[in-house]
Ligand binder design. Structure first.
Ligand SMILES: [Zn+2]
Ligand SMILES: [Zn+2]
Length: 247
């Protein structure tokens, strides 16, 4: 598989500065917060980072945001338990994270991927749960991968792997067929669309605690389908990790 280390798309500086997201992940000034331009040791100053749409309280079954001091298994997950042990998402799908993901997905913004992956890793390492033994980026179909030149889930998994010291296995699962875009489909249509779309290799996942990695979780049907395949292939525990949870 071909995963270029450098973006395949070039941007004009003007376009980067025009975009609010460019302010976040593109045009960096050393020592300055990329949102408010105030003093910052990191990409964002403390107050801007604190105002990101963190998904701190969420259903552990489906990662849907919840209100209140403590997370609980939501009614949907109680009625229809998902085929994975746990779902976790660093952010809600809201500005500026939605824009960062858009740029990662459609404009090869690998700096954005590193930023998202690092923030995910910081939050994940603060959890009491044991880390998985392997990370599985949700695979793209070969044709789409060739056209795009990279897999955004792989870029996130790479950043997570570096920060958490958990290996990535991009060959443990593959996409058997191209699926239509899930955008605009109902939950039932999404499930049908991804049915049978993945295969997981038993010799790569058997007995392992795995985390599936993707950019956004919406209905979760893609992740559920891949998780079910990993379970069939003998995975001991399957978690799903995404940068953002859309609702
Ligand atoms: Zn700031
Ligand atoms: Zn739930």
């Amino acid at each position: 598989m071909f995963y270029p280390g450098t973006p395949t798309v070039n941007f004009s500086m003007g376009a980067m500065v025009d975009s609010l997201l460019g302010a976040l992940v593109g045009a960096l000034l050393p020592g300055r917060c990329t949102i408010c331009r105030g003093a910052a040791a990191d990409l964002l100053c403390g107050p801007c980072r604190a105002e990101l749409p963190w998904n701190r309280v969420a259903c552990p079954g489906c990662a849907r945001p919840q209100i209140g001091p403590a997370a609980f298994i939501c009614a949907r997950c109680t009625v229809r338990p998902p085929p994975f042990e746990q779902a976790w998402s660093a952010f809600r799908y809201a500005w500026p994270v939605d824009a960062a993901i858009h740029r990662l997905k459609y404009h090869a913004d690998f700096r954005g991927a590193r930023w998202l992956g690092t923030e995910m890793a910081r939050a994940l390492s603060a959890r009491p749960e044991a880390l998985p033994q392997v990370l599985l980026p949700v695979p793209l179909h070969g044709g789409r991968l060739r056209r795009r030149g990279y897999n955004q889930a792989m870029e996130l998994a790479r950043a997570l792997s570096r920060a958490l010291s958990v290996p990535v296995d991009a060959a443990a699962a593959r996409r058997l067929r191209a699926t239509e875009d899930q955008i605009g489909k109902s939950a039932a249509q999404r499930r049908r669309n991804v049915k049978g779309a993945f295969a997981a290799k038993a010799q790569r996942v058997q007995g392992l605690h795995v985390a599936l990695v993707d950019d956004v979780m919406t209905t979760g049907s893609t992740l559920a389908e891949l998780a079910a395949e990993c379970r069939k292939a003998g995975a001991a525990r399957v978690e799903v990790w995404t940068a953002a949870r859309a609702v």
